[in-house]
Design a protein around this ligand. Structure first.
Ligand code: MV4
Length: 447
């Protein structure tokens, strides 16, 4: 097992990783920018290294500074968390060249899934159901017209280098297609330096359901069920739940078996998430994420598995601590992302937290690096905490979520807590009756 892990991240996820290391008897190294010198993740770690000025490009994304921090402290592995360098194949390669273990999948798998065309071609070849569309990249406009004729309109033009909603254009009819192609091509070239495009049938009101998978180097592969991440605004997830209100155990097992087989064939290592759109009872692959995700705690709540501990075990060459047969799904969990933002406009609200009181009690987990007196720097994303509530069923989970939101006090800045206090009483949400556009419609009608 590793003796010392460097955590190449900040905020709540740096703490989350530190906790797993601490339980495993592994020493931790925090890295931080000058803006984060008195951050909680720095205080809790065994050692810390300042890696640069506030902008992430010069600190948390600064590969030479992070490698130096590893060498200075003698860290034998790096956990990248989510965001920052977590899906940077070059970083994984550089660590490897320095004899430092990247706690994550191989650089080749990161690279493969980073190219959304290659990811989809691979997924299809592994038996994962995909959205009907172009077989790979669109080479000519004529080819695009033919594919659209087969799938029917509307179609969605996507960039191979995109993902997470960047670089997509809808064509509702044949006369919109050539414009969609040229705009998408120009935007992809400008944003990513790669103008490869592909095309899919546009699904109107799907849910976003993702499967958590995990695999070790001893041939063990398991799925840990799904998360419903449909409640989002501008491609930022707002609330996630596990299980999805739309699935039953039979559907879960069916898609679970498919992704598990696929991941085994792929020879994937570590944890990953396979993202689907789900409409009219059918799953359609869209992307695969090769990192630990923000919303992993809801899966931990219903399975009882410490996903970060398993990641570390797998990276160290050990077997994961369970098999698929050991995985049981118990009850229901919901995560609310508490952001330092205006709850109506979503304008960031950095500043000093004057009062901070977190809810507790049975089935309540708060992952946060904030505290009374903490000054939120304006340089990074606005997530300041995750409220994760678990109950024996969805109704118990909702009751517990309502009272937890009532207890949660954050004074001095604006947060998204009031949004959740409204949402938990909204009939569609209470009934689990929502899709990827529901929240934006709701916010528009409320304004
Ligand atoms: C789609 C789609 C409809 N049809 N693909 C957006 C992010 C990227 N990961 C894929 N996305 C979408 N792909 C087809 N064929 C609608 C979206 C989409 C979306 C997907 C998941 C979560 C939120 C979303 C919000 C808007 C659009």
């Amino acid at each position: 097992m590793f003796e010392k892990v460097l955590i190449a991240n900040r905020g709540e996820i740096a703490l989350r990783i530190h906790r797993a290391c601490r339980e495993m008897g592994i020493k931790t190294v925090a890295v931080h920018s000058t803006a984060d010198a008195d951050a909680m993740h720095v205080r809790l770690a065994n050692e810390s290294v300042c890696i640069g000025p506030p902008p992430a490009s010069e600190s948390y994304l600064n590969i030479p500074a992070i490698i130096s921090a590893c060498e200075i402290t003698g860290a034998d592995a790096v956990h990248p968390g989510y965001g920052f360098l977590s899906e940077n194949a070059r970083f994984a390669d550089i660590l490897d060249a320095h004899g430092i273990t990247f706690i994550g999948p191989t650089a080749d798998h990161i690279r493969l899934m980073g190219d959304k065309i290659q990811a989809k071609v691979t997924a299809r070849s592994l038996g994962i159901p995909c959205v009907p569309g172009s077989a790979g990249a669109i080479r000519t406009d004529e080819e695009a017209y033919e594919v659209a004729k087969e799938t029917g309109y509307p179609v969605l033009v996507k960039a191979a280098a995109g993902g997470g909603g960047r670089g997509m254009k809808v064509a509702r009819s044949e006369d919109e297609l050539s414009g969609a192609l040229s705009t998408a091509r120009a935007e992809a070239k400008a944003a990513f330096g790669d103008d490869a495009l592909y095309m899919e049938k546009y699904l109107g009101q799907p849910r976003h359901i993702e499967m958590q998978i995990i695999a070790d180097s001893h041939g063990n592969v398991a799925h840990l069920g799904e998360r419903d991440c449909s409640l989002q605004r501008r491609h930022q997830k707002v609330l996630e739940e596990c299980p999805s209100p739309a699935l039953n155990a039979v559907q879960r097992q069916k898609i679970g078996d498919i992704v598990r087989d696929a991941i085994a064939k792929l020879g994937y290592l570590g944890v990953g998430t396979i993202e689907f759109l789900y409409e009219d009872g059918e799953f359609y692959f869209i992307e695969m994420n090769t990192r630990l995700q923000v919303e992993h705690p809801i899966t931990e709540a219903v399975t009882g598995i410490d996903i970060v501990r398993e990641q570390i075990r797998i990276a160290a060459g050990l077997e994961m601590s369970f098999t698929q047969d050991d995985v049981t799904f118990s009850g229901h969990a919901i995560e609310c992302r508490i952001n330092a933002e205006d709850p109506r406009t979503f304008t960031p609200s950095p500043g000093t937290i004057k009062g901070f009181h977190t809810p507790g009690g049975l089935g309540v987990r708060v992952d946060s690096a904030a505290y009374s007196g903490y000054r939120i720097p304006p340089y990074y994303d606005s997530l300041i905490g995750k409220l994760v509530v678990h109950g024996r069923n969805r109704n118990e989970c909702l009751m517990r979520l309502r009272r937890s939101l009532h207890e949660f006090v954050i004074d001095g800045i604006k947060t998204t807590i009031p949004l959740f206090q409204d949402l938990v009483n909204e009939p569609d949400f209470v009934n689990g009756d929502y899709h990827i556009h529901w929240l934006e419609n709701y916010l528009r009608n409320k304004a």
